[in-house]
Design a protein around this ligand. Structure first.
Ligand code: HEM
Length: 174
């Protein structure tokens, strides 16, 4: 066992990807509820849900960004993988800034039960950067193969096991 398993996850079971699901889910829900409020569907409830989902997304982002960052630190500097991961980071940080400003300037909309134009536009722009960042995150994993063990014939019980196997660590090089 390595101490880094606490913040990087285990071989075959990295921590960053499941956290990204929660983060992207919260921001997606916020964008959908913001849109619903703007077009007048359940306007007040949707405005409340929009703002709360933004806050949930921002809370998850802190953990998601830290776990992604510690993985990023292990990448060879200026390698092709590093560039893809760095563009991913830039896009996600930009998305986070837009969501944060939307939550800050949109709090009055939460109180009034109606999403205002500016915070809604900020939410949509944040969502565009989130989508680009998600695409690049997918490239990091599914094109470059970062943190992928690809043990195709691993028996299901061993594949699902939380206990790392020496051969997995060797395949991952960590
Ligand atoms: C809002 C914050 C973030 C979100 C939503 C996010 C999302 C994602 C997604 C969707 C993937 C692909 C995972 C998969 O499909 O299995 C990924 C991978 C990755 N991301 Fe992020 N990311 C965020 C922040 C960051 C930051 C700040 C860094 C730092 C450079 C980073 C570095 C990485 C790395 C290195 C991977 C490869 C897989 C791994 O190491 O676990 N991410 N990210």
């Amino acid at each position: 066992m390595k101490l880094s398993y606490l913040w990087r996850g285990l071989p075959g079971h990295p921590i960053h990807p499941p956290l990204t699901d929660a983060t992207i889910g919260a921001y997606t829900a916020a964008t959908a509820m913001g849109f619903a409020s703007v077009i007048g569907v359940a306007e007040t409830s949707a405005a409340h849900g929009w703002w709360l989902a933004l806050v949930v997304g921002l809370i998850f982002t802190s953990l998601t960004a830290v776990t992604g960052f510690v993985d990023w630190l292990t990448i060879e500097w200026k390698s092709p993988l590093w560039w893809t991961a760095t563009w991913h980071m830039g896009s996600m940080v930009t998305a986070t800034v837009f969501f944060l400003i939307a939550a800050l300037v949109g709090h009055s909309g939460y109180n009034d039960g109606a999403v205002e134009s500016l915070p809604f536009v900020l939410t949509v722009v944040g969502f565009v950067f989130l989508t680009v960042g998600g695409w690049l995150g997918g490239a990091v994993v599914y094109v470059h193969g970062m943190r992928v063990l690809s043990l195709v014939d691993e028996p299901p019980d061993r594949a699902a096991s939380p206990a790392p196997h020496p051969e997995k660590e060797a395949a991952e090089g960590s």
